[in-house]
Structures are given as structure tokens and as C-alpha cells.
Write a protein of this length. Structure first.
Length: 309
């Protein structure tokens, strides 16, 4: 009697699980037809070129003509190439300095624009204008300023280091590129910080004011911990974006003076498509891609650990 009762009770449960499993296996064909075009475009335009490029890294292909396999020779040569090391050094130096400056300035602007000030909406629009301007146009304008206006100011002030164009100075040209990159990138980061600041409840600031906490204390102990996710997003996006610096290099220095401001992406473009080093620079691009992915994951993990704290 008890055995029959258990079997009777268990049967509906098994039947329900079977129905759910069958429902999970069924996929509406409409979803497949909607996803299929995007999957085909992604495969044709991204996946196939990527795999083709990786294949050519094991050859001596110049971008034209015949080729043959060389194994890991391209990858081995990358680690003994002084020009490659110089481009990585410049790129990471530029990305780190520009990312830090961008986020510091953007956070400061966001705090100001989030305060109770007159014409706040107008200033928010004005500060966002640099981001929507074409990079090449902005870079050419700054190139004129660095070449003509700033040297005149430097001569008037008696500053020898500023009396000539910064773009022609092998030691300072990278700082000029940092100025242009930061000036144009601050706007986007400011918008993200503004979104984060608006999620912080006003009651927290009111309670801290009653307890006697000053502006610096409130910023360090309350605001920053509450907007850590936005800080992490901004750091990852800005660092990744600055690692791919290209347009500013083309418009300002073309990698000069010499190779002082030759970024990785610019080197890959110039030598890969114009210098007959297609396979070699594609191998450089593969290494570069892996480094960017690993750094992005590391940044995200660090940010997530700070959120848990």
C-alpha cells in the first residue's frame, strides 16, 4: 500500500520534469532566423579574418606574392626587436598616464557638474563637445598650437623647453599627445561619473554633514566607495582606448621624432601594410590583443574585489 502511494506521488513530479525538459529543448525557429544574419555577418567580417590573420603569422607573407611557413619565427623575433619594445614602452607609458589624468579630471568635473550650480545643463553640454569632434580635426588644431602658438609663449616667458615645438622634442612629444588624448576623452568619462554620482542618496551626505565630515572626508569615505563600479568601468574603457592610440599619432607626429611616439597600432599599420611586414606585424597584433584582453580581465577582477570590500 505504501509503495503504491509513493509511486503515485512520484509519477506527477517525474512527468512535470519531463515536460519542462521537453519545453527547454524546443527553440522557436523565429529566434534562430533573427540570430542567424548577425551570426553570419560576425563570422564573415570578424571570425574568418581573425583566423586567417593568425594563420599568416606562421608564414613570411608580405601582404602580396608567394609565401611559405616559418613556424614560430615571427613570434621569436618580436622579443628581440628593439623597435617593437620601444613601441610597447611608449604605448603603455602613454596609456597609464593618460588614463590616470583622464579619470582624475573627469571625476573632478563630474563633482562640479553634479553640484547645485547655475546653468548646470548648459555646462554639461559644453563639456561634452570635445568628445563628439573628429579626432583628426582636433589633432590638427593642436598640432598648429604646439608648432606656432606655444613656442611664442615659451620665448616670451624665457622657457627654453617651450620655445620650440613640443612635437619636435624627442623627450616631450609624448606629453603633447597625452594632452590631446586627455582633452578629448575626459567628456565621456565625466558622463559615466555623473551617472554614478546621481545614484548616491542625498541622505548620506546630509547625515555626514551633521556628523561634521568635511568635503574631502565625504569624497574619500562615502562617494568613492559608492561609485567604485563606475570607476572600474572608466578605468577599463579609458586604458583599453588609450592602448589603441592611432589617430593622434598620425595627425601630430607620424611616430616621430624618429620612433619616439610610435605606438603599437601605428607600427602595425605602417610596417604591416606599407613596409612589407604583414605576417610579422600580424603576429605583433596577436600578442597585443592577448595583452589587452589579459589586462582588461585583471582590471575587472580587481574592481570586483574592491566592490565586495
Amino acid at each position: 500500500m505504501s509503495t503504491r502511494t509513493v509511486k503515485t506521488a512520484a509519477a506527477p513530479a517525474d512527468r512535470a520534469r519531463e515536460i519542462r525538459a521537453n519545453q527547454a529543448k524546443k527553440v522557436d525557429p523565429a529566434f534562430i532566423w533573427m540570430v542567424l544574419p548577425a551570426a553570419l555577418v560576425f563570422t564573415v567580417l570578424l571570425t574568418i579574418p581573425l583566423l586567417t590573420g593568425v594563420f599568416y603569422t606562421f608564414t613570411n607573407f608580405k601582404g602580396y606574392g608567394d609565401w611559405h611557413f616559418v613556424g614560430l619565427t615571427n613570434y621569436k623575433n618580436l622579443f628581440t626587436d628593439d623597435i617593437i619594445w620601444g613601441s610597447y614602452l611608449f604605448t603603455f607609458k602613454y596609456a597609464i598616464v593618460a588614463s590616470v589624468l583622464t579619470n582624475i579630471i573627469a571625476l573632478g568635473l563630474a563633482l562640479v557638474l553634479n553640484s547645485k550650480m547655475r546653468a548646470r545643463a548648459l555646462f554639461r553640454g559644453v563639456f561634452f563637445v570635445p568628445y563628439i569632434l573628429p579626432v583628426l580635426v582636433v589633432s590638427y588644431i593642436f598640432s598648429y598650437l604646439f608648432t606656432n602658438n606655444l613656442p611664442q609663449i615659451g620665448q616670451a616667458l624665457g622657457w627654453e623647453w617651450l620655445s620650440t615645438s613640443l612635437l619636435a622634442n624627442e623627450d616631450l612629444a609624448w606629453l603633447a599627445i597625452v594632452v590631446v588624448g586627455v582633452w578629448q576623452s575626459v567628456a565621456y568619462n565625466t558622463i559615466i561619473y555623473l551617472a554614478g554620482l546621481q545614484t548616491v542618496p542625498e541622505e548620506i551626505y546630509e547625515a555626514s554633514a551633521i556628523d561634521g565630515a568635511g568635503p574631502v572626508r565625504r569624497l574619500w569615505s562615502m562617494t568613492l566607495p559608492l561609485i567604485i563600479p563606475y570607476l572600474g568601468i572608466n578605468m577599463v574603457l579609458s586604458f583599453k582606448g588609450f592602448l589603441g592610440v592611432f589617430d593622434q599619432i598620425v595627425a601630430l607626429t607620424s611616430g616621430g621624432p624618429g620612433t619616439a611616439t610610435q605606438s603599437i597600432s601605428y607600427l602595425i599599420f605602417k610596417n604591416g601594410f606599407q613596409g612589407g611586414e604583414y605576417a610579422y606585424q600580424t603576429a605583433n597584433g596577436v600578442i597585443y590583443f592577448l595583452i589587452v584582453v589579459l589586462l582588461s580581465f585583471a582590471q575587472l577582477r580587481f574592481t570586483q574585489s574592491q566592490e565586495r570590500v
